[in-house]
Each structure stands twice: as structure tokens, then as C-alpha cells.
Design a binder for this molecule. Structure first.
Ligand code: SF4
Length: 223
């Protein structure tokens, strides 16, 4: 039976990209080897057996920790039903969720009428349902040394790129050119809400007819 290592599961408003404002159920999976220096979920990087806890313990966490719990698809569906969540959009994130096959999980939700979305760094093969909305946030030249995969760039429904410097913009332009990405919507996301990064993102979006993604949840102070 497929099991997913879940670090967090909660209902909130999607604050990034095309689905901004959409009530969503976030499933955060444990594990990521990409090592982005500015990562705001570093507690999800390692999958340590010592951090495996009971489902109730993981669900009761009041702060970010590296603790995770194994869930089957049936257990995830049951949990969402028990909690009475109303959102009909599922966001599978991490960590790097594409380290595992997400197809059966997406399909289980879609059968029940949910829409699904995954957020990935583009460094692993994307195994998801055909209808799943794929957000690739390409993490270029990170310490982990994982290249961005052509298959991930071509599968992306949107490309959401974190920026703080001109170098980040240039890296993205080079990536789009190498992978011949033409029509996929591009979102620039200022790193850590820094004013200079935000200004750079705004001017670059206007110059290139790209879109701005400002992590609305962080401005609102919600999860
Ligand atoms: S890919 Fe995502 S989770 Fe992994 S290090 Fe980068 S920002 Fe963090």
C-alpha cells in the first residue's frame, strides 16, 4: 500500500501563483535534497526514522518541526473528512513532493471531485495525474546539485520563480531558452518579501509581460 510521509496537513488559502486566493488543503511531504539557501521549510529536508511519529502527534504540532507520519491514501481521505475541511483544491507540496509517485494520490482526490496541484522544484520526474496542475518553481544551481529536468519544464502549467537579484532573472531567462518554454505563464516571486526583491520582480514582470506572485499568506500572517 502506498504510504506518504506527511509533515503537515492543513486548510488555508493558496497564497501563490495562479490559484492565489483559492481555499486549499495543503499536504506537505517530508524530504528534499535540493538545499536552497533561502528555503523556508528547511525542517522538511531530512527523512529521519527518529522523526517518525504517530499521526496524532504530527497533526497536533503547534510549530514547524521535522516530525512526520506515514499515511495511506485512505487515511488521508478519512482525515480530511473527519476534519470537515471545505476546500476542494488540494496542494501537494514539500519538501520536494516529486521524490515519490503522486499519481494515485491525485487520482483518489480527483475521483472525489477535488482539483489537485503540486509544487515542485523541477529536479525530479513528475509523477502525477494528467489533470493535476503542476507548478514548477525551478531551483537553479542549488547546493544539492540537482539539474532542472526538461520533462518537468515541459509538464509545468505555470513556472514560479523566486527572485532577489538580477542573476536570478538571468538564470530564469536562460532556463526558459534552453528548454524552449514559450507559452507557459511565468510568475516571479520576490524572496522573503524583501522590498528590493519586490521592486525587481515588479519591473521585470512589466518588462516581460510576466506575472507577480507575492505570497499573499505571508502578508496576511496565515499559514
Ligand atoms: S526545493 Fe523547496 S523545499 Fe527543497 S530546499 Fe528548495 S525551497 Fe526548500
Amino acid at each position: 500500500m502506498t504510504q506518504y510521509k506527511i509533515n503537515e496537513l492543513f486548510e488555508t488559502i493558496q497564497g501563490e501563483g495562479a490559484f492565489t486566493g483559492q481555499p486549499s488543503i495543503f499536504i506537505r511531504l517530508q524530504g528534499c535534497p535540493v538545499e536552497c539557501s533561502w528555503c523556508d521549510t528547511k525542517h522538511t529536508w531530512e527523512i529521519e526514522l527518529k522523526d517518525e511519529v504517530a499521526k496524532e502527534v504530527m497533526l497536533a504540532k503547534s510549530q514547524e518541526t521535522s516530525q512526520w507520519a506515514n499515511f495511506s491514501i485512505e487515511q488521508i481521505l478519512a482525515l480530511i473528512s473527519e476534519r470537515g475541511y471545505q476546500a476542494k483544491h488540494i496542494v501537494i507540496t514539500g519538501g520536494e513532493p516529486c521524490m515519490v509517485d503522486l499519481t494515485p494520490l491525485c487520482q483518489a482526490f480527483e475521483t472525489l471531485g477535488y482539483s489537485t496541484q503540486i509544487e515542485t522544484s523541477g529536479t525530479f520526474e513528475i509523477k502525477a495525474s494528467k489533470n493535476c496542475w503542476v507548478t514548477v518553481s525551478p531551483k537553479i544551481n542549488m547546493r544539492g546539485g540537482y539539474p532542472i529536468l526538461n520533462s518537468a519544464m515541459l509538464r509545468a502549467n505555470e513556472i514560479k520563480h523566486p527572485v532577489a537579484t538580477e542573476q536570478h532573472v538571468n538564470d530564469l531567462k536562460k532556463l526558459l531558452s534552453v528548454h524552449k518554454i514559450v507559452n507557459t505563464p511565468i510568475y516571479l516571486q520576490p524572496i522573503s518579501q524583501k522590498p528590493r526583491a519586490t521592486e525587481l520582480a515588479i519591473t521585470t514582470c512589466i518588462a516581460n509581460n510576466w506575472r507577480l506572485s507575492v505570497q499573499v499568506h505571508k502578508y496576511l500572517g496565515i499559514e
